[in-house]
Design a protein around this ligand. Structure first.
Ligand code: FAD
Length: 683
C-alpha cells in the first residue's frame, strides 16, 4: 500500500465512493480509498440497501441533494448495467390525515423544484401497481423520476471512474486502526496494512463512524439502528416480470411505517414498525468474524408481525408468500435525523456520515466542493457536523434521539412539533417565573423557552387575532398574537438567555473580526454592529451582532439554535498565533429583552444611568445597574420598537426579573414568548 496520500477516504460505501468521484472530477489526485471489507460488496450498509430513492423531503437542501443524486446515478453504468431505474415513487394515504399531508407534500415538492409530482386517485395507483388493493387507500402522491438505485453498482462505478482518471487507488480488506495527530492536527492514518502519511482524511465509515471517530478523539453523534428488510418468494402474479429488475413504482405505506419495491417476480419489504433496536458501534463484529455481513444482525420475527398484516392488506398477493431473505440490517441515525458533514475539531479530519443512498450523490458533490473551495453551493446548515450542543454528544442523548428518529421516520411531523424526551435539559434562571406565568415551553438547543404565556389569555379580550385552520393552529395559540400586540403598544419582557454569547478578545481580535464580518467593526467602544459573516463566495454563514466592549474585547451575540454552527465558524477561521482568544460564555449570563414603546419608562426609574436617546443611542451598549444588578445593556431590538437587551451574570437572574417586573407593573408589563418574538422580527 502507498505510504503517502493527499487524502485518505475511510469507507468504500456509497458515500466514500461518491466523494472520491467528485473530488477526482475537480482534479484532485493522489487519493486513497480504504475499506475493511472486500471491494465493493464491503459488508457495510450500502451492501444490502434495496436502493429506494424517494426525493421529496421537508428540508429543501435534502430534497436538492436527492434530486442531484438521481441525476448522478442515472448517468452511471457498470459493466453495461444501469445504476438507476427511474420507475417512479408512490406514497399512499391510508388515513385522511396522511391524505392531507400528501397535499402539503406536493406543495413542498413544487417549492423545491421537483418536477412532475402529482396526486393520484386509488384507481390510478392501482393502474401503476396492479397488485395493490385500491379500496384501502385514499390516494397516492407520485414522483415520476423517483426509483431504484443499485447502490453497490453505483459505488463501484464511482470508485473505478476515479481510479481510471488516475486520481485514486482503492484498497479493500484494509482496516483503519488509529490516527497520527499532533497539536490538534492530523498527520497520518494507521491501518493493518501500514501507515499512510497524510494531512487529510475523510471519514465515510457509516455505522462505524463513532468508533473510528473515537480513535481520533472526536465525537460522531450517531447510533446504528437495526432495520428489517425481507424479500418474498416468487409471486405468481408477477411471473411476467421475472427477468426485470423492477417495473412497478417504489411504494411507501407510511401510516404503517413500511416501504416496498418490486424485484422481478418478488417483492422487497422494508419495516420500521417496531421498537428501535439500537446497537453499540463497538459491538458490531469485524468482517472476518461476522457470519453474513458485519452490518447485519439476526432477523427478529416478533418485530415483523404488524408489518405482515399491513402488507397482506395493501398488497394481497403477498399475503401467502414465504420470505426467502430476511435481515435486520443496520444504518445510522443522528439526534435530528440529518447527515453529519464538515471538518472536525482535529484539523484535516473531515466527516461525511449518516447519509442515505438517496442523498449519497449530492453529499459526495457537496463534500468535494467544501474540501476543494471551502464553500458549497447548497446550504448545508442543517447537515453541519457542528450543529449540536454538548448535551447532544452524550451517549444517552444520541441513543434516545436516534431511537425517536427511527420511530418517527415516516410520521407526519408538524414543522413546530416539539420533542418530548429528553426534557428539560437546560432552564434559564427565570424559569420559575415563566412557570408561574403559565409559560408553554418549546425546546431549542436543549433550552426550555416559553412560546407563549397562558396568563396572557386575558389580553385576547382586547385583540382580535385571526383564526387558523387545524394544521396551522397546532403548536400555536392566539395568545401569541396578543403578546405581539402588547409589545407593539406597551412593554414586554422576553427571556433571551439561550442566545449564544461569544467573547472574542486579544491583540488580533479587531483585525480578525473585521476580516470575518461583512460590516466595519472598527467602531468606538460601546458601539453595536449588526452584521453578516460571509464565506469566500459571499454566502452568508452567520447573522449576528458584535459589540465592542473594549479596544480588543468584543461580545458576539447570536441565536441559540445556530450558536454551535456560528461558534465553529468563528473558531475555524481564527488565527492560530495566539493573538485571538474565543470563549463561549453563554452559560455565564442570563439575558432579557425589555421591548416596547414603554420600555424606557420601565427601565429608567430602576437604572442610575441616563437612558435618554441622546445618552444611550440606538445600536450602542453600556454597563448599567438595574436595582442591585450589574448589567450590560444593548440598545437593540428584535421587535421594531424601543428597548434593550439586558445581560447579567446568571446568578442575578431572579433579582433582575423581579426588579423589572415590579418596575413594569404600573405600565402593564407582560412576559412574551417565542411566538410573538418570531412574528415581530419578521414584521
Ligand atoms: P457503508 O455502506 O456502511 O460504508 C462504510 C464503509 O466503511 C463500510 O464499507 C465499512 O466496511 C467501512 N469501514 C468501517 N470501519 C472501517 C475501518 N476501521 N477501516 C476501513 N474501513 C472501514 N437508504 C436509501 O436511501 N434507500 C433505501 O432503500 C435504503 N434501504 C436500506 C435498507 C436497509 C436494510 C439498510 C440497513 C439501510 C438502508 N438504507 C437505505 C440506508 C443506506 O443503506 C445507508 O445509509 C448508506 O448505505 C450508508 O452508506 P455509507 O457509505 O455511509 O456506509
Amino acid at each position: 500500500m502507498q505510504a503517502t496520500a493527499d487524502l485518505v477516504i475511510i469507507g468504500a460505501g456509497i458515500v466514500g465512493s461518491s466523494c472520491v468521484y467528485h473530488l477526482a472530477r475537480r482534479g484532485w489526485k493522489n487519493m486513497v480509498v480504504i475499506d475493511q471489507g472486500p471491494l465493493f460488496q464491503t459488508g457495510g450498509s450500502t451492501s444490502h440497501a434495496p436502493g429506494l430513492v424517494f426525493q421529496t423531503n421537508a428540508a429543501k437542501t435534502m430534497c436538492e441533494l436527492a434530486q442531484y443524486t438521481v441525476q448522478l446515478y442515472s448517468s452511471l453504468e457498470w459493466e453495461g448495467q444501469p445504476c438507476f431505474y427511474p420507475v417512479g415513487g408512490i406514497e399512499v394515504a391510508y388515513t385522511p390525515a396522511r391524505w392531507h399531508d400528501l397535499h402539503r407534500k406536493l406543495g413542498l415538492a413544487r417549492s423545491w423544484g421537483l418536477k412532475g409530482a402529482r396526486l393520484l386517485t386509488p384507481a390510478e395507483v392501482q393502474a401503476m401497481i396492479p397488485i395493490l388493493d385500491p379500496a384501502v387507500i385514499h390516494g397516492g402522491y407520485y414522483v415520476p423520476n423517483d426509483g431504484i438505485a443499485k447502490a453497490v453498482r453505483a459505488a463501484t462505478a464511482l470508485c473505478r471512474a476515479a481510479e481510471a482518471a488516475g486520481a485514486a487507488v482503492c484498497y479493500g480488506n484494509t482496516t483503519v486502526t488509529g490516527f497520527e495527530t499532533r497539536g490538534g492536527k492530523l498527520y497520518g492514518v494507521h491501518t493493518n496494512q501500514g501507515t499512510i502519511a497524510t494531512e487529510r482524511v475523510l471519514l465515510c465509515a457509516g455505522i462505524w463512524g463513532p468508533k473510528i471517530g473515537r480513535l481520533a478523539g472526536i465525537s460522531v453523534p450517531l447510533t446504528p439502528v437495526q432495520h428489517q428488510y425481507a424479500i418474498t418468494a416468487p409471486i405468481p402474479q408477477l411471473a411476467a416480470d421475472r427477468e426485470q429488475e423492477v417495473v412497478h413504482p417504489i411504494l411507501r405505506h407510511q401510516d404503517a411505517s413500511m416501504y416496498f419495491r418490486q424485484m422481478g417476480d418478488r417483492y422487497g419489504i422494508g419495516n420500521y414498525r417496531h421498537e428501535p433496536l439500537l446497537v453499540e458501534p463497538e459491538a458490531i463484529l469485524p468482517p472476518e468474524e461476522a457470519k453474513v455481513m458485519p452490518s447485519v444482525m439476526k432477523w427478529t420475527p416478533e418485530h415483523f408481525t404488524a408489518a405482515a398484516r399491513y402488507t397482506a392488506e395493501l398488497l394481497p398477493p403477498l399475503a401467502q408468500a414465504e420470505l426467502d431473505y430476511k435481515i435486520n440490517g443496520m444504518f445510522s441515525f443522528t439526534p435530528d435525523g440529518n447527515p453529519l458533514i464538515g471538518e472536525s475539531e482535529v484539523a484535516g479530519l473531515w466527516v461525511a456520515e449518516a447519509v442515505w443512498v438517496t442523498h449519497g450523490g449530492g453529499v459526495g458533490r457537496a463534500v468535494a466542493e467544501l474540501l476543494d473551495t471551502g464553500v458549497c453551493a447548497w446550504d448545508l446548515r442543517e447537515l453541519d457536523l457542528h450543529r449540536f450542543h454538548a448535551h447532544a454528544h452524550t451517549k444517552p442523548y444520541i441513543r434516545a434521539r436516534g431511537a425517536q428518529q427511527y420511530r418517527e421516520v415516516y410520521d407526519i411531523i408538524h414543522p413546530k412539533q416539539q420533542m418530548e424526551q429528553p426534557r428539560p435539559l437546560r432552564v434559564t434562571p427565570f424559569h420559575p417565573r415563566l412557570v408561574e406565568l403559565g409559560g408553554v415551553f418549546f425546546e431549542s438547543a436543549g433550552w426550555e423557552r416559553a412560546q407563549w404565556y397562558e396568563s396572557n389569555r386575558r389580553l385576547l379580550e382586547e385583540v382580535d387575532v385571526p383564526e387558523r385552520d387545524e394544521w396551522a393552529a397546532r403548536y400555536w395559540s392566539p395568545i401569541e398574537g396578543a403578546e405581539h400586540h402588547a409589545t407593539r403598544n406597551g412593554v414586554a419582557l422576553y427571556d433571551l438567555s439561550p442566545f449564544t454569547k461569544i467573547r472574542v478578545e486579544g491583540p488580533g481580535a479587531l483585525a480578525y473580526l473585521n476580516y470575518l464580518a461583512a460590516n466595519q467593526v472598527d467602531v468606538p467602544v460601546g458601539k453595536v454592529v449588526y452584521t453578516a459573516m460571509l464565506n469566500a463566495r459571499g454566502g452568508i454563514m452567520c447573522d449576528l451582532t458584535i459589540t465592542r466592549l473594549a479596544p480588543d474585547v468584543f461580545l458576539v451575540l447570536t441565536g441559540g439554535g445556530v450558536g454551535m454552527h456560528d461558534l465553529a465558524w468563528i473558531r475555524r477561521n481564527a488565527p492560530r498565533d495566539g493573538s485571538v482568544t474565543i470563549n463561549d460564555v453563554t452559560s455565564s449570563y442570563c439575558a432579557l429583552g425589555l421591548w416596547g414603546p414603554k420600555a424606557r419608562a420601565v427601565l429608567q426609574p430602576v437604572a442610575e444611568e441616563d437612558l435618554s436617546n441622546a445618552a444611550f443611542p440606538y445600536f450602542t451598549a453600556q454597563p448599567i445597574t438595574i436595582g442591585y444588578v450589574p448589567a450590560l445593556a444593548l440598545r437593540v431590538s428584535y421587535v421594531g420598537e424601543l428597548g434593550w437587551e439586558l445581560y447579567a451574570p446568571a446568578e442575578y437572574g431572579l433579582q433582575l426579573w423581579d426588579t423589572l417586573w415590579e418596575a413594569g407593573r404600573g405600565h402593564g408589563i407582560i412576559a412574551a414568548g417565542g411566538g410573538a418574538f418570531d412574528a415581530l422580527r419578521l414584521e
